[in-house]
Design a protein around this ligand. Structure first.
Ligand SMILES: Cc1cc2nc3c(=O)[nH]c(=O)nc-3n(C[C@H](O)[C@H](O)[C@H](O)COP(=O)(O)OP(=O)(O)OC[C@H]3O[C@@H](n4cnc5c(N)ncnc54)[C@H](O)[C@@H]3O)c2cc1C
Length: 421
C-alpha cells in the first residue's frame, strides 16, 4: 500500500475543495487534494457566477484571472409566466466549469498544494485508539483497469476535509450522510451560436442571464445563460424542499423539451445554433442539510454539506466560502494548540452564521412552486425602480430575501400596486 502524509487531506477538487486547499497552502499547511477525475473535467452546472462567488474569488486572489476569460453579463432578466420581464443589475460572470475548476485547481497547486488525480475516495481511516477519529482516507484508482497496479492508496492527515459535492456515496462512505436523497435535480445543454454572425446580441437578448418561470417548469425554473465565445448554457431545474418530496419525480428531459418549445429565445438558439454534447443532469444538495458538518478529524464543506441555495440552485459562491471557512477553522485550531484543537465546533459555528440566509432561500422556493408570484413580482418591479434596486441588492447579499418573499411583504406589494394603479 502506498502511503502519503500531510497536515490536511482535501477530498474533492471542485470549488469547495480548491478554495480550502488554496487557503490552507497559502497559510503554510502541507495539503494534499485528491479527486476521482483528472483535470480539466466537466461538471454539470449553469456556470453562472453570482456576486457571492465573485466576492469569494476576489478573496482567493483569482478573480482577475477568471474575469479575463468569462462572459460578463450586466443584468439578470426575470421572465414571468406571461412573458413579461424585468431586468436588474448585478456583478455577474459566466465561465464553463471545465475551465473555472481547472483555474482553481491550478491556483491551489501554485500556492503549494499537492494534487493527486484519478483516485476515488473509498473510506476514511479511523484511529480506534483515539475514539475513531478520522486520520486520513483510503483511495482506489478511478479507472478500474489500473486497480491492480495500486490496490489502495492511503493518505494520512491530521485533518481531512470532505468536499465531494452532491455525491451521496461519498457522504455515506465517510459516515456523514443524514439524508440520501438530493434536494433538487437540474440539467443543462450547451449551444454554440455562430460568433461570426453579427446578431449575437439579438440571440442573447442583450447578454443578460435569463431566468424563466412558468407553470410547466414548476416547481423549478428554466435558464438561458450566455457564456464566452458565443456558447450558451440552457437548462432547467426542479426544486423541492418539502421533506420526502422526490425531485427525480419530474422528468428533466421532458421538462427541458417543454421549456424550449415555450421559450422563443431557447427555441431559436436550438434551431439556429449547434448543439454541443447532450443534455446532462445532476443532483443538488441544499439548505445546509443532509449531512453532518463535522466529526473528530473531519470537516464537510461545499455541496457535500448542502451549501447550494434552494430556489436558485446557485452554489459555487457558497462552496468557495465554506471551503475557506473550513480552512480558517483548521488554521485557527492549529495555532491555538500547537498540536491542533479539533476545528469542528468552530467550523460548525461559522456555518450556523450562514443558516438564516439558507432558510430564507428555502422559503424562496415558494416562487418555483407558485410561478404566479413571479408574475406579481415582475409586474411590481417593472413599475418600481426601488424594487429593481432591491432585487440587485438581494443578489449582492446586501439585503436578505425576507422583505421580498414574506407573505406580508407580497401582500404589501400587491396593495401598493393596487393603490398606484
Ligand atoms: C444543472 C446544474 C446547474 C447549476 N448551475 C449553477 C450556477 O449557474 N451557478 C452556481 O453557482 N451553481 C450552480 N449549480 C450548483 C453548483 O454546481 C454546485 O453548488 C457546486 O459545484 C458545488 O461545488 P463543490 O465544490 O461543493 O462540489 P463539486 O463541484 O461537485 O466538486 C466535487 C468534486 O469532488 C469529486 N468527487 C466526488 N466524489 C469523489 C470521490 N469518491 N473520490 C474523489 N473525488 C470525488 C468530484 O469529481 C468533483 O470534482 C448548478 C448545479 C447543477 C446540477
Amino acid at each position: 500500500m502506498d502511503e502519503v502524509r500531510c497536515d490536511v487531506l482535501v477530498i474533492g477538487a471542485g470549488p469547495a475543495g480548491s478554495a480550502c486547499a488554496m487557503t490552507l497552502a497559502a497559510r503554510g499547511c502541507a495539503v494534499v487534494m485528491v479527486d476521482q477525475h483528472t483535470f480539466p473535467r466537466d461538471k454539470v452546472c449553469g456556470d453562472a457566477l453570482i456576486p457571492d462567488a465573485i466576492q469569494a474569488l476576489r478573496r482567493l486572489g483569482v478573480l482577475e484571472q477568471v474575469l479575463a476569460e468569462a462572459w460578463k453579463p450586466q443584468q439578470v432578466r426575470c421572465i414571468a409566466p406571461s412573458g413579461r420581464s424585468v431586468d436588474f443589475g448585478a456583478t455577474l460572470a459566466v465561465l464553463p466549469r471545465r475551465r473555472l475548476d481547472l483555474l482553481l485547481v491550478e491556483a491551489a497547486i501554485n500556492r503549494g498544494a499537492r494534487f493527486l488525480s484519478g483516485l476515488r475516495f473509498v473510506q476514511p481511516v479511523e484511529a480506534a485508539a483515539v475514539g475513531g477519529r478520522v486520520v486520513g482516507a483510503d483511495f482506489q484508482p478511478s479507472d478500474q483497469r489500473n486497480a491492480h497496479l495500486h490496490p489502495v492508496e492511503r493518505v494520512r492527515a491530521r485533518h481531512t476535509v470532505l468536499a465531494t459535492g452532491a455525491s451521496t456515496a461519498s457522504l455515506l462512505a465517510a459516515g456523514m450522510a443524514t439524508r440520501r436523497e438530493a434536494s433538487a435535480m437540474a440539467a443543462r445543454l450547451y449551444v454554440q451560436w455562430d460568433s461570426r454572425r453579427n446578431d449575437h446580441d439579438t440571440a442573447s437578448q442583450g447578454g443578460a442571464l435569463q431566468v424563466i418561470w412558468n407553470k410547466g417548469l414548476s416547481p423549478g425554473y428554466g435558464w438561458i445563460f450566455p457564456g464566452p465565445r458565443g456558447v450558451y448554457n440552457l437548462g432547467v431545474g426542479t426544486f423541492q424542499s418539502q421533506p420526502n418530496a422526490d425531485p427525480k419525480a419530474r422528468n428533466l428531459r421532458e421538462m427541458f423539451t417543454g421549456f424550449v418549445a415555450g421559450n422563443a429565445v431557447a427555441h431559436r438558439l436550438l434551431q439556429e445554433g449547434s448543439v454541443l454534447g447532450r443534455l446532462k443532469g445532476a443532483p443538488l444538495r441544499s439548505t445546509l442539510g443532509g449531512a453532518r458538518w463535522w466529526r473528530p478529524g473531519m470537516l464537510v464543506c461545499g455541496e457535500a454539506a448542502g451549501s447550494t441555495y434552494d430556489f436558485t440552485g446557485e452554489g459555487i459562491g457558497k462552496a468557495l466560502e465554506t471551503g475557506m471557512l473550513a480552512a480558517e477553522a483548521i488554521v485557527a485550531g492549529m495555532s491555538r494548540q500547537g498540536a491542533g484543537e479539533d476545528p469542528g465546533p468552530a467550523y460548525a459555528a461559522s456555518l450556523e452564521g450562514l443558516q438564516t440566509r439558507f432558510e430564507l432561500y428555502q422559503r424562496g422556493n415558494l416562487i418555483n412552486r407558485s410561478p404566479w408570484i413571479a408574475e406579481v413580482l415582475v409586474g411590481l418591479a417593472r413599475a418600481s425602480p426601488r424594487l429593481r434596486t432591491r432585487m440587485g441588492l438581494l443578489l449582492e447579499e446586501k439585503i436578505t430575501p425576507d422583505a421580498l418573499l414574506s407573505a406580508m411583504g407580497l401582500l404589501r406589494m400587491m396593495c401598493a400596486r393596487n393603490l398606484q394603479g
